[in-house]
Design a binder for this molecule. Sequence first.
Ligand SMILES: *Cc1c(COP(=O)(O)O)cnc(C)c1O
Length: 393
Amino acid sequence: MTSTARPFLNRRLAEFGTTIFAEMSALAVRTGAINLGQGFPDTDGPEEIREAAVRALRDGRGNQYPPGPGVPELRAAVAAHQQRRYGLSYDPDTEVLVTAGATEAIAAALLGLLEPGDEVVALEPYYDSYAACIAMAGGRRVPVTLRPHEGAFRLDLDELRDAVTDRTRLLLLNTPHNPTGTVLTREELAAIAELAVERDLLVVTDEVYEHLVFDDAEHVPIATFPGMRERTVTIGSAGKTFSFTGWKVGWVTAAPALVTAVRSAKQYLTYVASGPFQYAVAEALALPETYFTAFRDDMRAKRDLLAAGLTEAGFGVHRPAGTYFITTDIRPLGFGDGFAFCRALPERAGVVAIPNAVFYDHREAGAPFVRFAFCKRTAVLEEAVRRLKALAG
Ligand SMILES: *Cc1c(COP(=O)(O)O)cnc(C)c1O
């Protein structure tokens, strides 16, 4: 048999195909629809941070390979941020690792920590890179489904406990949670932490929306709970917090042995990335509290605008406590299949959204849900809302 007689894409990745974002963004371009599919802001972050990147580039800082673990300025800024906000102490030299966005941090953590056959329990729906990275690492994913309950998607702690077996190595968490907007409560996190300690599990926690929590919700890193610091890999990123998603600067904070494991994989993925941007992000993390508060308030206002518009258009709205996204239920509009709905929406209403089913292994559980991003300019959201109201008529 020649090597071309078998499929080129290997079995580990065959099920993943092209991401839905490519298809939907192409559809947006073709139809001129407003793209509320992919979660990136349509305005750049703070001018002074952009200038800090320009300065670094001009001054020749980061134009050549930066240090493997990240530039010292950024590692120190990450450690100071975790200390100031959460009272978590990390040594910038041994307990902080800079990555090419949270995406690489997730990949490197799973590649560095999993043995083939290890089970990973993850909250479903999940960010689309999780399933692919677990597969690349040879792990087995075990979804625990967040289910709608009183207007929000909630975790069933008994279901989580039942999902853990003797083969479970790791819990993969995401709070604030994309796409549902759920923020795990202190009580839920305490219960998850107890389970992790009792079953001796590692926890990898994706906290890229840590600064985007609204109303009474509170972001609590699971690493702050008893027995968790030594078993938790916490992942952060500048992209969402500072509206520079193209810079791809992320980081890991964890105990030294865990950082070493993640770095062992990371050094053979990108080795290093985003040199000059690392210096700029170090400055961004040190911005005064007023930046973070204003950013959050602005996003909350956008959430409110889009949530009200979607409600008026006839969607069932799950009001998010955090993130960039609103998950809606299309059944009140008389539809049941999010894929078909999203493929038709650009022609029908001039708006692009993402079918949540792509974030599920249990596709049927996600079928009636559709995700809209509100990290867009107010005028864009207003126009989207105006268009969507045509659905109600
Ligand atoms: C956007 C996003 C990421 C990726 O972050 P980058 O820093 O851009 O790689 C990871 N996890 C979640 C939940 C996200 O929404």
